[in-house]
Design a protein. Sequence first.
Length: 299
Amino acid sequence: MEELRKVHDFAKSVDVPIQFLSKKEAKRREPDVRAEAGVLESPSTGIVDSHGYMQFLHGEFEEFGGTTALASPVSRIQAPSNGRGDWKIWTAPPSSTDPTASSPSAAVPELEGEDTSITAETIINSAGLYACGISNMILPPKRHIKPYYAKGTYFSYSKSHPKPDTLVYPAPVPGHGGLGTHLTFDMTGRVRFGPDVEWVDSPDDLAPTANTERFKAAIEDIKSYLPGIDADAIALDYAGIRPKLGKLGAVASAQGFQDFYIEMEKGFAGFVNLLGVESPGLTASLAIAEEVHEMLYRR
């Protein structure tokens, strides 16, 4: 309950609609959900069609004259001399460079084929899992940032009961790198659980982790708030990776929380860095875009 109160107070401070429900009301709405200490309701929380959303934004981008260059790994970036002029960005054929190069040193790879370059007045580094590597190509070594990769495995559920009508999140665990193995839905209404948190070394380690102990731990997490679940109907589904800047908490109200890093880098005019943008970066993307626009053109 102490952690729920922290979430409540923080949400109120940033004008997010949130309220506590009585045990009686919570039981009436979701009789299958176990909630001993209390229930905090966030009525504006939901799910979005992520692929449809991205396709729409991409279409808008191209309609306004934008060009998308896929399979063009960035191999080198040259800042404007004396802070004036254009940035220069080199790209290489996919086979000529390692797109996962995101170490603090971000060494420039040896190129096998001919590289190409473009110039730009501004650079917005929104490279997700590879953003630290891009940042480290530009900033001096003392400002390099080490990336951390929090892999999360999701689990499917093949039965129709129990099936709450709303998303269910366990109370936050201080310092935990995720939001707990929560219950959510896909766009078809299918129940899924997850993600858990597993720290991995590579941003390409995307196979669901078939580890017996981790699977048992996830089952126990789920049973803590949905005791009537049939464990035999839970199975591995898919996995994703959250780009993080440390092994820190994922809830803003908790100590040790690492927020998104959104900065116009000092000494590098026209360079905006977006690092550690994990979930809910997708649903916050328009708000982030407004902030970046403000940094570049209105301050």
